[in-house]
Design a protein around this ligand. Sequence first.
Ligand code: WTA
Length: 658
Amino acid sequence: MSKESSKTIESVLHEKRVFRPSEQVSDNARISSLDDYQNIYDLARKDPEKFWEEAARRELHWFKPFHQTLNWSNPPFAEWFSGGTTNISYNCLDRHITGPKANKTALIWEGEPGDVRQFTYKELHTDVCRTANALRTLGIKKGDLVALYMPMVPEAAIAMLACARIGAPHSVVFGGFSSDALRDRLIDGEAKAVITADGGFRKDKAVPLKKAVDAALSDGSCPTVKSVLVVQRTKEPIDMFSGRDHWWHELVPSQDEYCPAQQMESEERLFVLYTSGSTGKPKGVVHTTAGYNLWAHLTFQWIFDIKDNDIYWCTADVGWITGHSYIVYGPLSNGATTVMYEGAPRPSNPGAFWELIEKHKISIFYTAPTAIRAFMKTGREIPDKYDLSSLRLLGTVGEPINPEAWMWYREVIGGSKCPIVDTWWQTETGGVMISPLPGATPTKPGSATLPLPGIEADVVDSDGKSVEVEEGGYLVIKKPWPGMMRTIHGNPQRFKESYWEYLPFINGKPIYFAGDGARRDSDGYFWVMGRVDDVINVSGHRLGTMEIESALVSHPFVSEAAVVGRLDDLKGESIVAFVTLESGRDVNDQLFDELRSHVSKEIGSIARPDEIKFTDALPKTRSGKIMRRILRALASGEKISGDTSTLEDRSVLDKLRK
Ligand code: WTA
């Protein structure tokens, strides 16, 4: 551990500051005191099924009402709202356009070069219907999986809603993934079509997306993909393959402006989203129609305490779950105005975020701790140049936030008047699980505070017993909730093993283990400490160490690789790889660059190791398991503590130390 990082953990442990919601904030809030929160929490705890039944009937439109709230007879396979039919695209659009929200702005989009597009609910509805009809002309039917590999343009949200409208599950692949990573996901999901763009603008550069799609499809390994729909964004030259490729601007605008929303059974698939785990390839997390809709809807309402005049902006990419739940589905289901931004702050415009807040009078801003730490580093002079007085609420997501960054966010960006919601959740949970409610929960810098109503979270030891106050342990969830993932695409067994049997004591009990370590303080507040499995979190991007290792080993010179995370002040964690080479291969600078590019090609540049340590051998146990604990200590320059007696060959350690 570096000196700086240990300072951060120390400060989290000794954090004593408490910030209560101001009277003004509480008076205007839906849930306006800790007692209110507690009452709702107790209600949900006493009779969860009644609680969810009422919420689902109240908050969603049903074509046909459900007759059973929860079927948990075969855990961990849950069925929520059985017998009912609904459609998330209907809930996000149709139910708003018959009332006063028809001409309300649904989406404000700002392009990297500064172009702006806005859509009312009525306009968005029309565009989604046309796109849905276009997908139908391409032969896409209910149940067909459609992959999206898109820049942050409005068409990404439109395409998601269009897929949902006709009951075609989407699989959004982050535009920063390589063509190889895209290909893996297309094959695994048996995608029938890909929606992409010629490219996207990112940090003053045009990223070629269509070329990557062509490369992914070039070897014929995904024969299920019959068509590619291409948005024109950068106007860079691309190849269009006749019969397979179609321009969005040629196909979509001529379609009929109405497309009925497919009546979807509650448990029919809404989307698959790939995420990294401890073992094997990324897993396709499956979310279904009604439960996910309810969870994205309710959590958005609770944690942002959304008002009709709010302008809300989440800086995530639609390629991640945060973009799904809190750029598209949560905000639109609530009839809110959501902002989408194509770019990111960059050297030529370090104030890009603040400029946008000033320009669009954004009132709620939701971003990642890694971004806040980067802004801290460049100094408050930049945000201080902008008028940020429209802000009333701030949020963070993706990784633990250190109290220093939290305080900076509060003072410099929020002018010490905006509550901060530090929201803990995962791709698998569908939406936020632990978070303050802005009008109710006193906040402490660095704590995600309390679980949302209906969420029974606990911190347990390796026997599954709740730990004492201030003691660290595993963060678990003890009751099913509507937004929970339903399975891993094509691999229910792995779903069971990865989340419901991962800790030995769980075996057979319906307890969900999230992969994170946490502790609770004497107020019952949760302090999430980060992953305890082999997943690392680099700038809020979740990566499995195994995936990076496989990428390295697929290089012909590499014989073995082990990857660990090292705490990093800016990125949260950085990637350190220990690599042994095939005999006869020499270490040189060129090889370092080559291996980094190789990982970029295999996965994407987000997975590129920051450091590669070449070594003759890796420390292993007698049964041949790599001792990562030792590598983590070595990567951070820490002393190796704990038992090393299981090490097969102690001389490996001495060499590594040198
Ligand atoms: C981490 C992103 C601490 C955590 C929504 C989790 C957090 C992983 C927080 C999921 C938070 C997310 N405090 N850690 N507020 N939010 N995490 O699937 O380790 O990309 O398991 O979902 O991010 O990452 P994922």
